[in-house]
Design a protein around this ligand. Structure first.
Ligand code: ADP
Length: 254
């Protein structure tokens, strides 16, 4: 399990009252993040294969970075848990990061909750900075690569990720997408809501809003990665094992 340490700033309330422009809001969001989140793993650090973290001929670091993509309920988390073991990758889930902060009542969590409870996305400025901080920290482990789960979720996030990974001398190798029909998603999420304890799974209206938000803001990323020849769609319906095999067939060919 993950543990987070938090130092709180007092400017969240100030933000709510004093912000007028988007720029002001972005600045205040950055302040909340800057001093509020540091993630610490309680898991013993795995011995990572250092040999892969060497320069490639094209000047990039030799890592495998995968964006695991798909609508809410597509099974990204389930598959990421398997794939991270198979390929020795670090699994980064923005949903898990927000949930951890919500559970612990941090300022970041309180802010995220105002969006997640409505089925909406958390603003890009907050999500981007949280993700960047976490990637920077985990790069110290010289990993084989990352599985990005739930990120990027907007075109702006995708651009930020591209620029940020370029800065870090690496890149996204592939977006692997789990394709599942909407009605199957609703059913799965309602079922998951019975045991997950996730407030956003317990209410059908919120579930449908999350799917609508996906089509409004996230679905367009297929095109973004298709243009770069990095989009791979796989059928997300079947047993966990079958779907893992489909995903692995793509990853093995990268
Ligand atoms: P889902 O099961 O809907 O795929 P996640 O567990 O990935 O959801 O995320 C839960 C919630 O956290 C989302 O509904 C959203 O409000 C927020 N969230 C997660 N990732 C992002 C992101 N990349 N950008 C904005 N908001 C995000």
């Amino acid at each position: 399990m993950w543990n987070w340490t938090h130092n709180f700033f007092g400017n969240f309330n100030k933000m709510k009252h004093s912000c007028t422009s988007k720029d002001d809001k972005d600045k205040e969001f950055k302040n909340i993040l800057k001093d509020s989140v540091t993630r610490i793993s309680e898991e013993p650090k795995k011995e990572v294969e250092l040999k892969r973290y060497s320069a490639r001929r094209d000047g990039k670091i030799d890592m495998t970075n995968i964006v695991l993509f798909g609508p809410p309920g597509a099974g990204k988390g389930t598959q990421a848990d398997v794939l991270k073991e198979t390929y020795n990758l670090i699994h980064l889930s923005t949903g898990d990061m927000f949930r951890y902060n919500m559970k612990n009542g941090t300022e970041l969590g309180k802010l995220a909750k105002t969006y997640t409870e409505k089925g909406h996305l958390v603003p890009d400025s907050v999500t981007n900075d949280m993700l960047k901080a976490e990637v920077t920290r985990r790069l110290e482990e010289k990993p084989n690569g990352f599985i990005f789960d739930g990120y990027p979720r907007t075109k702006e996030q995708a651009k930020v990720l591209t620029e940020f990974l370029t800065e870090k001398e690496t890149e996204v190798d592939a977006m692997v997408a789990l394709e599942v029909d909407d009605e199957v998603l609703v059913k799965r999420l309602l079922e998951r809501g019975k045991s997950s304890g996730r407030a956003d799974d317990a209410n059908e209206e919120v579930i449908r809003e999350r799917i609508a938000e996906y089509y409004r803001k996230t679905d367009v990323l297929k095109e973004y990665y298709q243009k770069e020849d990095k989009y791979f769609g796989v059928d997300g319906v079947g047993s966990v094992k079958e779907i893992t095999a489909r995903l692995s067939a793509v990853i093995d060919r990268l």
